[in-house]
Design a protein around this ligand. Sequence first.
Ligand code: TRP
Ligand code: ZN
Ligand code: CA
Length: 446
Amino acid sequence: MTHSVHRRAVAVTALALAGLLAAVVPTAAATDTAAAPGAAPSPAALAAPDIPLANVRAHLTDLQSIATANGGNRAHGRAGYKASVDHVKAKLDAAGFTTTVQQFTSSGATGYNLIADWPGGDANRILMAGAHLDSVSSGPGINDNGSGSAGVLETALAVSRAQLQPDKHLRFAWWGAEELGLVGSRYYVNNLAATDRSKITGYLNFDMIGSPNPGYFVYDDDPAIEKTFKDYFAGLGVPTEIETEGDGRSDHASFKNVGIPVGGLFTGASRTKSTAQAQKWGGTAGQAFDRCYHSSCDTTSNISDTALDRNSDAIAHAVWTLSAGTTVPPDGDVYENAADVSVPDNGAAVTSSVTVSGRTGNAPSALQVGVDIKHTWRGDLVIDLVAPDGTAYRLKNSSGSDSADNVITTYTVNASSEAANGTWRLRVQDVAAQDTGYIDSWKLTF
Ligand code: TRP
Ligand code: ZN
Ligand code: CA
């Protein structure tokens, strides 16, 4: 089949773009001048600070005290959870964050998400970092997940101490009712308008980052986020592995499910550390990463300070690195393929391609992938964007319960590690019998 590729960079768009570029260039030139030898670099280019372990530990002590004063836990629907929210909120308010408490109901009890926005940055490009703040009812939840909550809190406080002026807007979140099945984070994502979802360029999740017999696991999701974490640990000389102890078992899944790029860190739960893992990381082979997972012994004694320290520093590194970036014009060039491609029922994957040329550098961190697929049961479809070098970005998984028709939406892909020029493909596969459809059109907006 011949694919007709339309590059919709018509004269009006090009002129509008030129106008925007003209407006942007002086700012960029000023930034370059500021970064010249001998001059101070722009704030966003500064390296992340070392996160003081003592401060992170102090947050854990506070959370332990809250649990102890409230029947030994900080679980959804219990007094210890709301006390945890109030405690973290007060620290953020004092540091200059704009905080919001979002209420929801789960299992007959009121739940709370705490959201903290750092004023400034590009409102159209938002980097989020979060952790669940609730424990199970059987214990104080200091590793699960006081550790992630404290690491994210101390990173937010470091943003305030540095009075960071990132290019992107920064938003931190502490989720409620994760232990009941990612309830709070799903509520947050479901209540975001589609336009607001598309502004989130990435969500970083931290759930259990101080396991007492730690591993160093990086989520295998968005490639640019994953690389940011891996590079950080490589710089420390600490080997990492891909997180495999239950993909989708924490709040990043709520974001990933709607196409937001995600990543995160994890030091292991009830799974056993192998001999090879003990050789590279130390600790005890044949023992769980966290023997107190979901137990009453998940106290301040149930923490590896080394793991907590390294991971807290890694959070700050990622927040500093991923919130920097040059401003892009809001309306880019559109590359579209409107030729129909039928998708065989329960059959092989098909592709539709667009060729991008004449650009410089890499693709954007918020590449817009507009997809228009007509289908009688969209749950059958697995959809990927395939970059010119063959790297696939999963846009949508198949799902037995996704019973609507058609996929007509825009996905945001962090394609900043891909060269812009070359042939990009939309790859679609129907993996279940009966319902069928076709790619009507799709487009990339650079
Ligand atoms: N809170 C998670 C849970 O109870 C802990 C967890 C288990 C986890 N496996 C994970 C977190 C993998 C991140 C990644 O399920
Ligand atoms: Zn957890
Ligand atoms: Ca089918």
